[in-house]
Ligand binder design. Structure first.
Ligand SMILES: [Zn+2]
Length: 136
């Protein structure tokens, strides 16, 4: 991550000086607490894939997780039986798994509810694209 400022309290790096943020990146265990093993397994697979893309910061708050490189390229909500994944791309993409596609300023947000590893596999090219877009 290219950082020009490091928060003196939580030591996280940001591209802008005095970037507003909630300090710390939260606790992974809290996000996954009381979730079924299938959801935990799915989360672990997504986490491993995201980390294979390059430096990624996971910022967790309650049931929410932000995936961030220079900026946020995807976010997750941990549901009781699924992961709700939102992927931020520069263009509109097509997949039968997308339940919602929304234009948000310059980016297009694609939402999918993932229940299985196969569904996660189908999202990997989009996650990779979103990651690369977030670096540009
Ligand atoms: Zn901080």
């Amino acid at each position: 991550m290219i950082t020009s400022w490091t928060c003196p309290r939580c030591k996280r790096g940001f591209t802008r000086k005095n970037q507003r943020h909630a300090c710390g990146t939260g606790n992974r265990a809290d996000v996954l607490r009381d979730r079924p093993s299938e959801v935990v397994e799915l989360y672990a697979a997504l986490e491993a894939f995201a980390k294979s893309l390059g430096p990624v910061e996971f910022v967790t708050r309650e049931r929410y997780v932000l995936l961030r490189s220079h900026r946020i390229f995807a976010d997750l909500t941990i549901m009781s039986d699924a992961l709700r994944l939102a992927i931020h791309l520069s263009r509109e993409a097509k997949s039968p798994l997308f339940i919602k596609v929304g234009l948000d300023r310059k980016q297009v947000t694609h939402v999918a509810k993932l229940h299985t590893l196969d569904e996660l596999d189908a999202m990997k090219p989009f996650l990779r694209e979103a990651y690369e877009y977030s670096l540009s």
